[in-house]
Design a protein around this ligand. Structure first.
Ligand SMILES: CC/C=C\C/C=C\C/C=C\C/C=C\C/C=C\C/C=C\CCC(=O)N[C@@H](Cc1ccccc1)C(=O)O
Ligand code: ZN
Ligand code: ZN
Length: 454
């Protein structure tokens, strides 16, 4: 069934005319120029979000006038498309992306972050990788398929959230609730979250596709120390700032336990083993013996370290009111990204056991458990369809492996609709590209974007 479905879908040629290639890249540039920034939960650029809705109508007219596609606006600025397939016996699937972006001050950028300027074969701008590339590629591909008289057999949904960067409570969460109220269950969901990894493992020259089948959880833990205010000319031995700084420093200096043995990473490396030459292939094929060395090596780099443990990032620190006043209160917020083999409660206990200071009070601001592992065996429809599609669009990619997403995505709001949640963005990503996500000079190559439209 899976092979047959895949062959049918491949019948429509995926070559683009020169005019189509130009249109698709200009449409992405236009999308980047609309500053759909999410600042804080509930604090968005609503003018830009409304403009983005109008922009989609303008650049994808066929999508909006096709009789078997229903378009709904959810939560004021998010969009849900229901594409009715010809065979109602097939369970629908769902494609996700988000239209909001994180803020981007001009400083440090080679071109203004909302210019969408093209330079040396790259389109620059906030959202070119996270995640307007997906928004535009999904709709662009659908637009071009419709022009080629495409009628899908299997129904599908396209859900475009407008507040992923600040939790998804107004977008993805509402779309998911709406579909649940309609009794919808989907076969699988595909969202952002992993890429075709290029140059992330120094001894591996060939790129590999990683499809994330799980996602780390998170915990925002606010730590607070109160002390009696007074004149700074006669200070106590320790102030609230000093006590909190020491507690925060202990957390930074004491990493959470290495969970290499209890996660998916062993499977990822075993599947990757054949891509390496001797001796790495032997080491990855015999992790029962070599895991202590491998797990230590993974700790050396920030990205691979994030795959082996719950990470600890002190992201906010506030204290002090005047130069000559002993500070009454000091507060710090620590953002933990929880390894799938741990729970929120375990991480809170571990943090308290590291700090061991009862003058520190703890407040959980936000907590999300890690997501369950979606099936990726031979019978897992979603995973196998994604794998086959990667193999046919990118024949040069010799391996597709399951992995864990180190960040959080809107897909976590869809666990009520399916057990098959997969995170994959069909784009080559180098460590340098990765630094552009939420950073400076975020960019996508024109060629890579064209491939994403196939
Ligand atoms: C064998 C493996 C060896 C080497 C490494 C190979 C691969 C590296 C693995 C992963 C790195 C690549 C990409 C994934 C990371 C992030 C990008 C994708 C999505 C970003 C989504 C995002 O930013 N989400 C926010 C959501 C959020 C917003 C507000 C409050 C909470 C959450 C986030 O997580 O911060
Ligand atoms: Zn994103
Ligand atoms: Zn993001």
């Amino acid at each position: 069934l899976r092979d047959a479905e895949h062959r049918r879908a491949s019948r429509i040629p995926s070559q683009f005319s020169q005019e189509e290639s130009v249109t698709m890249k200009e449409s992405l540039k236009g999308a980047i120029q609309i500053p759909t920034v999410s600042f804080n939960p509930g604090e968005f650029n609503t003018t830009a979000l409304a403009e983005f809705g109008e922009y989609m109508h303008r650049v994808f007219p066929t999508v909006f006038r096709t009789s078997f596609i229903r378009h709904e606006v959810v939560g004021e600025y998010s969009h849900l498309f229901t594409v009715q397939g010809s065979d109602p016996s097939l369970q629908p699937y769902m494609l996700l992306a988000h239209i909001d972006v994180v803020p981007a001050p001009d400083q440090g950028w080679e071109v203004p972050p909302f210019s969408g300027l093209e330079r040396d074969g790259f389109i620059y701008g906030r959202g070119t990788l996270d995640n307007k590339n997906s928004v535009m590629a999904i709709l662009q591909a659908l637009e071009l398929l419709l022009i080629r008289n495409y009628i899908p057999r299997r129904s599908f949904f396209i859900a475009l959230g407008h507040d992923e960067e600040v939790s998804g409570a107004h977008g993805a969460q509402k779309i998911s609730a709406l579909l649940q109220a309609r009794g919808v269950q989907v076969a699988f969901v595909v969202d952002e979250g992993s890429f075709i990894m290029d140059g992330f493992i120094p001894s591996l020259k060939k790129p590999f596709a990683m499809v994330s089948v799980s996602e780390k959880g998170s915990l925002d833990l606010m730590m607070e120390v109160n002390s009696t205010p007074g004149h700074s000319s006669a200070p106590p031995k320790e102030t609230s700032i000093g006590i909190l700084a020491a507690a925060v420093s202990r957390l930074e200096q004491t990493p959470m336990p290495n969970m290499f043995g209890s996660g998916l990473l062993k499977i990822t490396l075993q599947q990757l083993a054949k891509e390496f030459s001797f001796p790495v292939n032997v080491i990855f094929n015999n992790l029962w013996l070599f895991w202590p060395i491998v797990s230590r090596l993974m700790e050396r780099d920030n990205i691979s370290n994030a795959l082996v443990r719950t990470t600890t990032a002190v992201t906010m620190f506030n204290a002090g009111i005047k130069v000559n006043v002993i500070p009454p209160v000091a507060r710090a917020t620590v953002n933990f990204r929880i390894h799938p083999a741990q729970t929120v409660q375990e991480v809170i206990k571990l943090a308290k056991d590291i700090v061991v200071d009862d003058r520190v009070q703890y407040h959980v601001l936000e907590a999300v458990e890690p997501l369950p592992v979606s099936p990726f065996d031979d019978r897992a429809l979603g995973y196998q369809l994604i794998r086959q599609t990667i193999e046919s669009v990118f024949p040069e990619i010799s391996i597709v492996v399951p992995g864990t997403c180190i960040a959080q995505t809107d897909s976590r709001h869809y666990t009520n609709l399916t057990t098959g949640i997969y995170r994959f963005n069909p784009i080559y990503l180098t460590p340098q590209d990765f630094s552009g996500i939420h950073g400076i000079n975020e960019r996508i190559s024109v060629q890579a974007y064209e491939m994403q439209n196939r």
